[in-house]
Design a protein around this ligand. Structure first.
Ligand SMILES: [Zn+2]
Length: 346
């Protein structure tokens, strides 16, 4: 992860690189901000810059420095394969007291890579199998981390830890970490990442330096998700042709999204419908990006003043059902029937 890949956080990136260049790295820091605005991305890019063997400096650009992205250290960190880079994150209890973050490391790395570190804790929990209701950082997790931080670094450089969501740390776990926060070994960096510091224990808060990132700048992934666009277009085409067998197949594909994704998909689809209505009412050509010119030209015209309310109500009902854990396929089939009825009323 390089700073140049992070949207809207140039100011904080410049502050971080200047601090690292001057050698004044504070060993315990809290990066405060929403993951969707890049708080976890900043932590990732921070460590990559810290260890980069060929830091790049730019004259005149908004971004003043960045890691090279090419050196062995950059490659290991960008692939989350650096042996001295560790993560601590909330993980679900699994009926067994010996389960810890270590057992979910593979899932966590997948989540980081797939979401480009823009996912929330909710997204992470949704990505795990099973219905995760609570997840915590427990004493066992903290004890393991302390052990790792007391070992000699494999690469002889920095020992780095990202503690994601320290607000989910149990008191015993915080106590376990306190000594390390107070008296870390040299070249230790602990980056905590959270969207709020209100739930943090005062003993932790007083020991970290806070870096607040800019809010509301990140891409809102739902709106530009190509997977959602393809699913929506496929579904609308089947609806248009009223081919029930194919429609059911397409609904199955949508229903295979996890619940959080499904909600986002429905919000996205509802927004597309509204845009179609507003644009066609204003006589503006609008494309839903199906790749089929004829369909693209025809579809928006089917959303009119006569059916937009019915369509929005159908989407709201589907969202309501999904939020209440209804069976996704049934909710989506119901939505399909309402949609097809509404389209006939145009
Ligand atoms: Zn590098």
């Amino acid at each position: 992860m390089q700073f140049k890949d992070i949207v809207g956080q140039t100011d904080i990136a410049n502050r971080i690189t200047a601090t690292i260049d001057s050698g004044r790295v504070s060993h315990a820091q809290l990066i405060l901000g929403d993951e969707r605005d890049g708080s976890l991305q900043i932590a990732w890019a921070y460590m990559q810059y810290l260890c980069c063997e060929h830091r790049q400096h730019y004259d005149g650009g908004a971004l003043r420095a960045d890691s090279c992205g090419e050196c062995p250290s950059c490659k290991k960190i960008s692939q989350l394969m650096h042996p001295d880079l560790h993560f601590l994150f909330p993980n679900p209890p699994n009926g067994s007291t010996s389960v810890s973050a270590e057992d979910y490391m593979g899932d966590f790395y997948d989540f980081m890579k797939k979401s480009r570190a823009l996912g929330t804790l909710h997204d992470f929990n949704e990505s795990l199998s099973g219905d995760v209701k609570t997840s915590l950082i427990r004493e066992l997790d903290a004890a393991h981390l302390v052990e790792v931080l007391n070992m000699k670094p494999y690469e002889g450089g920095w020992r780095m830890v990202v503690v994601w969501k320290p607000s989910h740390m149990k008191r015993e776990a915080s106590n376990e970490l306190l000594k390390t926060l107070e008296e870390p070994l040299p070249q230790t960096l602990i980056l905590m990442v959270d969207d709020s510091d209100e739930q943090l224990l005062p003993t932790i808060r007083s020991r970290v330096q806070t870096l607040r990132i800019k809010a509301g700048v990140g891409p809102r992934a739902d709106e530009a998700n190509p997977e959602y666009a393809a699913l929506l277009v496929g579904w609308l085409r089947m609806l248009f042709k009223l081919k029930m067998k194919e429609l059911s197949g397409q609904v199955d594909k949508i229903a295979s999204l996890n619940r959080e994704q499904l909600k986002r998909f429905l919000l996205y689809a509802e927004k597309v419908m509204r845009d179609c209505f507003l644009n066609s009412a204003a006589g503006i050509a609008c494309s839903i990006g199906s790749g089929d010119e004829k369909f693209d030209a025809q579809f928006p015209k089917m959303i009119t003043v006569n059916n937009i309310e019915l369509i929005e109500a159908a989407f709201d009902d589907a969202l309501f059902a999904i939020e209440r854990n209804a069976y996704a396929k049934i909710a989506l089939m119901e939505l399909s029937f309402c949609m097809s009825k509404a389209l006939k009323k145009r």
